[in-house]
Design a protein. Structure first.
Length: 161
């Protein structure tokens, strides 16, 4: 199951503008750089919610900006799963857990591999990246939000008070 965050049309339009600005482009530069495929007035109307953006055009625009579609539309899970945008795992809890959850063994194996790959030998806590949460979600047959909740419910997150 994939959970897609709800976004209003105004939030999606703001995301379109943010991606363009992150790329350092003005509306006119988008038109010029695209060879006229994307007209400045059209992009501006998408960004102001004056014109509907079809899925096909959204995909093409994401390709033009060279960003994933979920990023263009502001649907990216990144930094929306964890309340503070950072995820720190308590390795001690993962190792010492007596839970019979088979996913815990998968997590332990993944953490061992990750620590070795990053040469992080402290063995107590590990800060993970959003892409690591995606891997944990795949290992536990969950989406990212559910994987985060699973980590929290099994006391595997180091939460700052």
């Amino acid at each position: 199951m994939i959970i897609i965050p709800e976004r209003s049309i105004a939030e999606i339009a703001a995301s379109l503008r943010a991606v363009r600005k992150t790329k350092g482009l003005t509306l006119k530069e988008v038109e010029t750089k695209s060879g006229g495929v994307w007209k400045a007035v059209v992009i501006g109307s998408y960004e102001r919610c004056d014109r509907a953006l079809s899925v096909k055009k959204a995909i093409n625009l994401a390709n033009f900006y060279q960003v994933p579609l979920d990023e263009l539309l502001g649907l990216s899970v990144e930094n929306k799963v964890s309340p503070n945008g950072k995820i720190t795992l308590d390795i001690r809890s993962a190792i010492n857990s007596t839970s019979s959850d088979s996913n815990l063994e998968h997590l332990r194996n993944f953490l061992t591999l990750l620590c070795a790959k990053r040469r992080d030998w402290n063995g107590e806590v590990l800060s993970i990246r959003n892409s690591d949460l995606t891997t944990i979600a795949l290992l536990t047959n969950r989406d990212e939000a559910s994987a985060y909740e699973w980590l929290a419910s099994n006391h595997l997150l180091l939460l700052k008070s």
